[in-house]
Design a protein around this ligand. Structure first.
Ligand SMILES: Cc1cc2nc3c(=O)[nH]c(=O)nc-3n(C[C@H](O)[C@H](O)[C@H](O)COP(=O)(O)O)c2cc1C
Length: 178
């Protein structure tokens, strides 16, 4: 018989999955909404689809499920302060972008300057994810920031960035036959 699932161990296990950090944004009735999110995943290249998991209790959740459009800013290491800010619950929505350099995409959503890349999405399906909702979006636009190449990473509640090894360009196993 296996032991019951221990919630503390579960949190510890999931926290050991290192991730990048995004800020997802939307606009509803002229009001900007944003939320720091690491539960972001690429789904498909053709058709172009990504997903993000949004906590039901967040204000962002309420806004994005109504607006149906969202931006994803994949943060660079320069985005640490912005990540902490948009994860700070209870911050005032009004003026929350005043001190955060950003621009706007074709869908009108804010995209943070301290990013390596940006996506704009339209929600194509929503799925129940327990405390969260899984939003799958069609990517309508993507852009990359050339020159900036240090990602913001999150691991066990700490921020960091990558240390490149000399072999860092090799993402596939090479047999040495070539
Ligand atoms: C590094 C990091 C990653 C996070 N990832 C997510 C996530 O993927 N989904 C989510 O719903 N909340 C995530 N959160 C928590 C939200 O950012 C936080 O609840 C935020 O205050 C929601 O803002 P809102 O209530 O104004 O919408 C994350 C927080 C941090 C610090």
């Amino acid at each position: 018989m296996t032991a019951p699932l221990d919630e503390t161990v579960l949190r510890g296990a999931l926290g050991r999955f290192a991730s990048g950090v995004t800020v997802v944004t939307t606009v509803l009735d002229g009001v900007d909404h944003a939320m720091t999110a690491s539960a972001f995943t690429s789904v498909s290249l053709d058709p172009p689809q990504v997903l993000v998991c949004s906590q039901r209790s967040s204000r962002f959740h309420e806004a994005v499920t109504e607006s149906g459009i969202w931006g994803v800013s994949i943060l660079s290491d320069r985005g640490r302060a912005a990540s902490a800010w948009f994860a700070h619950s209870g911050r005032q929505l009004e003026g929350q972008f005043d001190d955060v350099p950003h621009h706007r995409g074709a869908l009108g959503v804010p995209l943070l300057d301290a990013s390596l890349a940006w996506l704009e999405c339209r929600t194509i399906s929503v799925h129940d994810g327990g405390t969260h909702t899984i939003l799958v979006g069609e990517v309508t636009w993507a852009g990359v920031q050339e020159g900036d190449d240090d990602p913001l990473l999150y691991y066990r509640s700490h921020y960091g960035t990558i240390v490149r090894s000399p072999e860092s360009e090799k993402t596939f196993y090479e047999s040495g036959e070539a």
